[in-house]
Design a protein around this ligand. Sequence first.
Ligand code: SF4
Length: 388
Amino acid sequence: YYGSTSSAQPKAEHSLIGKLDKIIEELGLLEKVKDKHVLVKIHLGQNIGFTNIHPFITGYIVRKIKKAGGKPFLVDIFEQIEKAPLRGYTLETIGCPIYPVAGPKDQYYVEKEVNFKGLKVIQMGGLCKDADILLDLSHVKGHNTAGFGAALKNLALGCYTQKTRWGLHGTMQYDKYWFPEKCSDIKKTVDKFIKACPYGCIKYQDDKLRVEFNLCNQCMRCVKVDDEGCLKIQRSNFEAFFEGMAITTEFVLEHFDEDSRFFINIGLDITEYCDCWGFTTGNILPDIGILGSKDILAIDKATLDLLKDKPLIEENVSMSLEINNDPRLHPFARIHGPWKDPYLQIYYGKKYGLGNPDYELVEVLPPGERKSLSLPEPSFPEPLELDL
Ligand code: SF4
């Protein structure tokens, strides 16, 4: 279900909240919540960022759940709870408690052995296990490692302990990419790499070279100055993160039967980086509105499809970031790189059976055509010429 930012009339029932009402009704959320503990997974943001989901939207949904007899509570990673009031998230404004998903010391979790690219065990926040219903309420935005963040990423990282989140990033280092044995002069070669990288991704310490794949946009400038094949920039290092996200998301979803999972994506204030970066820049894509689904892959795929032909607002992309003009790329991949294609989340999500990305887009309260198009030609007065 999709509520666009275009409205038929300037009336409350045709506004975004009016459409949110309709989406919630179509999802059947309120019929499911009576006497149930509803975990609302939110990304609260941090530092001086303020483009996380507006607290009015979250509070509005929470109040509806409470009115229907549900017992909602918000969760996020422990680092983002303390400063949540600065972004308008309090018990009073939202109407329900806001908890750290793995407890205040990040010590309340459920473990699962996964043995994936150096990540042995994952630790899911214990509150995910305690809830009856999952409402994954996600802000849509760019993400420097995952291409974009929405429903899948909100669970994949946001439901886990710090140790697991860093472990997930660590999977990108697992496949060998640095071959010093091929290097005739390591120091000279490393210096060339460091100079070639516009993002400062290449570090050399304690006789070890490390590429920060989180920041790398795969421009291949480093590879171009490497005539001995000492460094490989390869897909597998980037895709480890996407596959890892599918693994962690699978474990969260396992705790809720299909009837108890609800997903809402808020496609407003779409910035280049995630809310966890702790600051707000201009929007890099136009607002698209609100989506709701019972399927995590359908909602993220529909969100990406709605954005794929939208114009990138280039003046709002930080000048230090490079814009790739290849028209085949999704706008998020144009700034984060082709191997951070956001559709990789759907690809690996499908591989791990997280849902079904095939969807039918049902627009709620569609705006229709501009009414004036069917009227006789207008005859407006001339624009005012004011002597200022
Ligand atoms: S491919 Fe990545 S590591 Fe290499 S120069 Fe480009 S941004 Fe830097």
